[in-house]
Design a binder for this molecule. Structure first.
Ligand code: GTP
Length: 237
């Protein structure tokens, strides 16, 4: 999907999907909808930031993207994304939660909501805003008032029994990413069992087993984002 092509937008202004130029006008997308807001949650170290980085690299040429990161006391995830130059600096905002990560994405979402709205106002029409939670436990989920869809990232090194253990992230997220499949032989993880347990917990909800740092590893996740965005754009505002 090419909602934004490289240099010249349908309004005749020149700004690439992820260049510095905002429209300066109201943040309207085709169909009048605001950006699709996608939350990424999951246990500490499962690969949330790596997933965000790979999504930005893969989608930034075709979509207008911004990112909000959440850390408890630091800005480390945002600083990593800035160092890796996955997006121009003005497209990355860090929220310091100062408390349990799930509080800021579920109970008191005001700081995140403000960050998301500020990005959209500053940068003009955006297609997707990725909101990365700080690492938490299996019960952490996003408020539906903050995001429109949620990705839960777990990894094979965290134990191949995690899908079986369930919890709302595993059972109800819109996409479950079982990451670091490249490590499966080294940690003795049974990928087939993980896929089977995820299916049993999630029914028809999609699961991908992948290694987001490997070449092409992000492809199924990026494909899912494109599909969600198409559906989001087609919905009446
Ligand atoms: N082998 C392998 N390592 C990975 C993969 N994805 C991420 N990692 C590594 O796992 C570690 C943690 O990755 P992050 O992306 O920082 O994880 P995170 O979930 O954002 O971590 P927190 O924000 O601290 O909760 C880093 O050393 C990554 O390089 C993968 O697919 N395979």
């Amino acid at each position: 999907m090419h909602l934004h092509h490289s240099d010249t937008s349908p309004d005749g202004h020149t700004h690439g999907p992820n260049g510095s130029g905002g429209s300066g006008g109201s943040p309207q997308r085709p169909g009048g909808r605001r950006a699709l807001r996608v939350g990424l949650g999951g246990p500490v170290g499962s690969g949330k930031t790596a997933t965000v980085a790979a999504l930005c690299r893969t989608l930034r040429g075709e979509l207008s993207i911004a990112v909000v990161t959440n850390d408890i006391y630091t800005r480390e995830d945002a600083e990593f994304l800035l160092r890796e130059a996955v997006l121009p600096a003005e497209r990355i905002t860090a929220v310091q939660t100062g408390a349990c990560p799930h509080t800021a994405i579920r109970d008191d979402i005001s700081a995140n909501l403000e960050a998301v709205e500020d990005l959209e106002e500053r940068l003009g029409p955006l297609d997707v805003i990725l909101v990365e939670s700080g690492g938490d436990n299996l019960t952490a989920t996003f408020s539906k008032g903050l995001v429109d869809a949620q990705i839960f990232v777990i990894d094979v090194a965290g134990g191949d029994d995690i899908p079986r253990k369930g919890g709302p992230g595993v059972t109800t997220s819109d996409l479950l990413v079982i990451n670091k499949t490249d490590l499966a032989p080294h940690v003795g993880a049974d990928l087939e069992a993980m896929a089977r347990d995820a299916k049993a917990q999630r029914g028809d909800l999609p699961t991908v087993l992948t290694a987001v740092k490997s070449t092409g590893g992000i492809t199924p996740v990026a494909g899912w984002i494109r599909e969600r965005l198409t559906a989001w754009t087609a919905c009446p505002a």
